[in-house]
Design a protein around this ligand. Structure first.
Ligand SMILES: NC(=O)c1ccc[n+]([C@@H]2O[C@H](COP(=O)([O-])OP(=O)(O)OC[C@H]3O[C@@H](n4cnc5c(N)ncnc54)[C@H](O)[C@@H]3O)[C@@H](O)[C@H]2O)c1
Ligand SMILES: O=C(O)C(=O)C[C@]1(C(=O)O)C=C[C@@H](O)C=C1
Length: 366
């Protein structure tokens, strides 16, 4: 497609969408704006945007598509500001915010003058922020939720065309349903992850060794506690009522666990873990989903210095990026197993072929 795209908020999400649009629509011009000048300069240097402007007014003038990729409370304010500006006729405005009800309520005022607002939320991301974390493949195979005011709107199809390069799967939902669902699978887990970290932090003074012992399980469940505080404070305020309801349900659930412990009810505790495991094991491990797909590759390696960097260097030389790396077992008498995670199946297959060809190690997918 041809036209002017204006991205406000050049962080992880705005940057990743800009990259996808530039790749899919090379004839379009992608301009960016961010509250931080440094972020704009970096976005241009990394060729995430073609150019940047120093005021929002300069960017919206002539824009055919405006994408708001700022923290959700900021997005609400910006929608108000856009309502006061002169916009191009037929412009599509969308956002990427993790909440939808209050954003859609604000956006109602934007309707008219052939302006259309279509709420959006790509259901993939990371605990990392900023344009340097942006990636072309961030949304590949992920769900991308849309909340248009009119479901069958032709303009929604137009927006999907603009966003085709994300390779995401688009689904239309109501803003209310959106906020209830993401509260359970995304917003509430972030509250819990941060709260768990606070629990450990509070015990830190008493047990200085704690930090060093906090290994696999704790790290896995609290990765998302490293996310942007502004983003999550905004989301929490934007989805307060659903979060309060979930906190009540969670408290009740924990009371039941507490009672089972107090009464020493082994069977109840076993069922508690078994039912959780059964449901968790049924979640899709690849393909689309709110839980990001991790495409893992396993490499048997000897426990000798330098071997991990040899492998990562080989991947870097071929431009294959990894999302996570971990040694699962490393004892003197046995081989260690290196688990390398990739963003896409394609990256993992490229890595497997490369490492099989260029290293003596056993390389396999579990
Ligand atoms: N991080 C995720 O996993 C994820 C996933 C899906 C959706 N989202 C949503 O996407 C949006 C962006 O998140 P992100 O992860 O890219 O955050 P980010 O922190 O990486 O980027 C946000 C950018 O917005 C800029 N910004 C803040 N206030 C601004 C203002 N007034 N004007 C212009 N720019 C301003 C910041 O400087 C920053 O560069 C949020 O609404 C978030 O809820 C995040
Ligand atoms: O993977 C992560 O770090 C995320 O937190 C991504 C995550 C999520 O909770 O799944 C976070 C917020 C977004 O609205 C969508 C995706």
């Amino acid at each position: 497609m041809k036209g002017n795209v204006f991205v406000i908020g050049l962080g992880l999400i705005g940057g990743s969408i800009a990259l996808a649009i530039k790749k899919e629509h090379p004839e379009a011009k992608v301009t960016g704006y961010d509250a931080k000048l440094e972020e704009m300069k970096m976005a241009k240097a990394l060729m995430v945007v073609d150019d940047y402007v120093e005021t929002i007014q300069d960017g919206v003038r002539g824009a055919d598509l405006i994408i708001l990729a700022t923290p959700v409370l900021v997005t609400e304010k910006l929608i108000g500001q856009l309502g006061q500006m002169e916009l191009k006729e037929n412009v599509i405005i969308t956002d990427t915010g993790s909440t939808k009800e209050s954003i859609m309520a604000k956006a109602q005022r934007l309707a008219g003058n052939n302006t259309v607002f279509i709420g959006g939320h790509p259901m993939a991301g990371s605990h990392k922020s900023g344009v340097t974390a942006a990636s072309l493949s961030l949304f590949e195979n992920a769900f991308y939720l849309l909340t248009p005011f009119h479901e069958q709107d032709q303009r929604t199809e137009e927006l999907k065309q603009w966003l085709k390069g994300t390779k995401a799967n688009f689904i239309t939902v109501s803003p209310e349903m959106h906020d209830e669902m993401v509260a359970v699978i995304s917003h509430f887990p972030h509250v819990i992850a941060a709260s768990l970290v606070h629990l450990v932090k509070d015990a830190d003074a008493e047990y200085p060794l704690l930090k060093r012992l906090a290994a696999g399980g704790f790290r896995d469940i609290t990765r998302i506690a490293s996310s942007s505080p502004q983003m999550w404070a905004d989301i929490s305020c934007g989805n307060r009522e659903n979060l309060i309801r979930l906190l009540d349900r969670w408290a009740k659930n924990l009371q039941e666990v507490k009672k089972a412990l107090a009464d020493n009810k082994y069977e109840l505790l076993h069922r508690f873990y078994a039912e959780a495991k059964q449901y968790r094991d049924c979640l899709p491990i690849s393909g689309s989903g709110a839980i990001p797909s991790f495409y893992d590759l396993f490499v048997d390696i000897p426990d000798v210095p330098g071997v991990v960097s040899q492998i990562t260097n080989k991947l870097a030389e071929k431009g294959i990026s990894i999302t996570n790396i971990r040694i699962l077992e490393a004892r003197e008498d046995i081989y260690g197993v290196l688990r390398i995670s990739f963003r896409s199946e394609n990256d993992r297959d490229l890595a497997m072929n490369l490492l099989k060809k260029e290293t003596p190690h056993e390389v396999y997918i579990q």
